[in-house]
Design a protein around this ligand. Structure first.
Ligand code: TYM
Length: 460
């Protein structure tokens, strides 16, 4: 499965508007049917503009809820916060800084815009200047094939490709692949309700998705239509009319075609067309608005999703960082922890790992709710295991050669390691590992029972 990575920044008030939705979230949803998706809340990125603690907290919370509500089903989606990945995003940013020429960043739009607008070069925030490097790190850590974004972010993906190439060349190792931006033309830039500039939280020209109905209605009613049309009976223009631009995405095809015809003939008023847009938006987003209310009322569900996402993303990002540290020479004979290079004899991690390293291994009590022999394999048993998470996980164990059958596992509780990077086994991903111990007397691994313990409880 190809991989995508993308982020949204909790800037402005943290809300997701229809511009973000069409330019990004809708693509995430579609791509998640056939791609392994890493989607994150870019909270470090927000620091360039949000420097009020309470505001940042609120923005992050809002964005998490909005994005999760819009995504709905999270199959194939790893959803996490950038700042939850143990600083790996900023570590890679620091490393990449050293293979990047100043000129590359000076050509970045965000920096150039700032200079043109109101700020002297000496006053530009360094965070804003190195923003593209943080984005490069966000992306490269997960080695994606595609980065779905709106057109405003295209240059950042190009900088990422440039930096990845420079890193590989400098260290003569192909650690990073060069991801492609994924920008469908029809949603590359969604204009705001002013009909002039990109829809943007900071410009305040948005139509929101989760606000009070009255607010959304007001935003729709304030949307730019055709300034040359004074009366409903005047023939109106559809091209450049934002109400019709949005209706092309949210209205029913036939009804929209009919309204366009009436509008150009002067047979329907602006108000009627806007009313239809408002109704279409409410209909499109009704399921997401319901999910939003549910998530807002159940913070524990949100935490479970974020925790699961963090574990998976951390496992993938840690692996990349190990390769990076190794490639650049940070790993050496005195390195400690799980990163110690394998001994010459091969395989072993060495004699000592630290308590901190060990505490990062997460062992969880799981209940086997389904167990079957994996078709096409003579070794694998496919377990479906409940960890009191949002969804049970599929975990394989290759123990048929020892005489184990699915019936042995079904309905029982065991300990599982749950923060491993998923491993593809035949056509599915195994998201964890069942724990077993060697036996002196029996020639097979023995599984450690967790009967009577709470499902989802972790060993500490
Ligand atoms: P942000 O938060 O400004 O926007 C999130 C996504 O929405 C797209 N977008 C739009 N697309 C079309 N029309 C619009 N009016 C519109 N407004 C926003 C953006 O292009 C973006 O895809 N720096 C990024 C977040 C980020 C990121 C990353 C993205 C951080 N690291 C790594 C991809 C990969 C940003 O501020 O997007």
């Amino acid at each position: 499965m190809k991989r995508i990575v993308s982020g949204i920044t909790p800037s402005g008030d943290g809300s997701v508007h229809i511009g973000n939705y069409l330019g990004a979230v809708r693509q995430f949803k579609e791509l998640s049917r056939s791609h392994d998706c890493f989607l994150f809340v870019a909270d470090y990125h927000a620091l360039t503009t949000v420097q009020d603690k309470g505001q940042l907290q609120k923005n992050i919370e809002t964005l998490i809820l909005h994005e999760l509500a819009l995504l709905g089903d999270l199959t194939n989606i790893t959803f996490y916060r950038q700042s939850d990945i143990n600083g790996l995003h900023t570590e890679l940013q620091s490393i990449l800084n050293n293979v990047t020429p100043l000129g590359l960043l000076k050509r970045a739009h965000a920096y150039k815009d700032k200079l043109q607008k109101d700020t002297a070069e000496d006053d530009v925030n360094v965070g804003l200047f190195s923003y593209p490097m943080l984005m490069a790190a966000d992306i490269l850590l997960y080695k994606p094939d595609l980065v779905p974004v709106g057109k405003d972010q295209k240059q950042h993906v190009e900088i990422t490709r440039d930096v990845a190439g420079r890193f590989n060349k400098t260290y003569k190792k192909n650690i990073f692949n060069l991801p492609e931006p994924y920008i469908p033309e029809e949603v590359a830039t969604i204009l705001g309700i002013d009909g002039k500039r990109k829809m943007s939280k900071t410009l305040g020209n948005i139509i929101s998705i989760f606000d009070d109905e009255k607010i959304i209605e007001k935003q729709v009613m304030g949307t730019y239509t055709d300034p040359t049309r004074a009366h409903a009976t005047d023939p109106g223009h559809v091209a450049g009319n934002m109400v019709f631009t949005y209706l092309d995405f949210f209205g029913e095809k036939e009804k929209v075609a009919q309204l366009k015809e009436l509008y150009t003939k002067g047979q329907v008023s602006d108000i009627e067309v806007k009313k239809y847009l408002y109704e279409s938006l409410m209909k499109t987003f009704a399921p997401a608005r319901a999910r939003y209310a549910d998530l807002a009322a159940h913070p524990e569900k949100v935490k479970v999703i974020l925790d699961r996402g963090r574990q998976h993303a951390l496992a993938v990002a840690s692996k990349t960082m190990e390769e990076v540290r190794e490639a650049i020479g940070l790993r050496n004979a005195y390195s400690i922890g799980p990163s110690t290079p394998a001994s010459p004899a091969g395989g072993s991690l060495g004699t000592s790992i630290s308590i901190d390293d060990f505490s990062r291994v997460e062992m969880t009590v799981g209940n086997v709710v389904e167990a079957t022999n994996k078709e096409g394999s003579d070794k694998l048993i496919r377990l479906v295991v409940d960890f009191a998470e949002e969804k049970p996980r599929i975990i394989f164990t290759a123990v048929r050669p020892f005489g184990y059958t699915p019936e042995y596992f079904l309905g029982k509780q065991f300990f599982f390691v749950t923060n491993l990077a998923p491993r593809k086994m035949m056509d599915e991903e195994s998201r964890g590992m069942i724990m077993a111990v060697d036996s002196d007397t029996e020639k097979k691994p023995l599984f450690v029972s967790a009967e009577g313990l709470t499902v989802g409880a972790k060993i500490r």
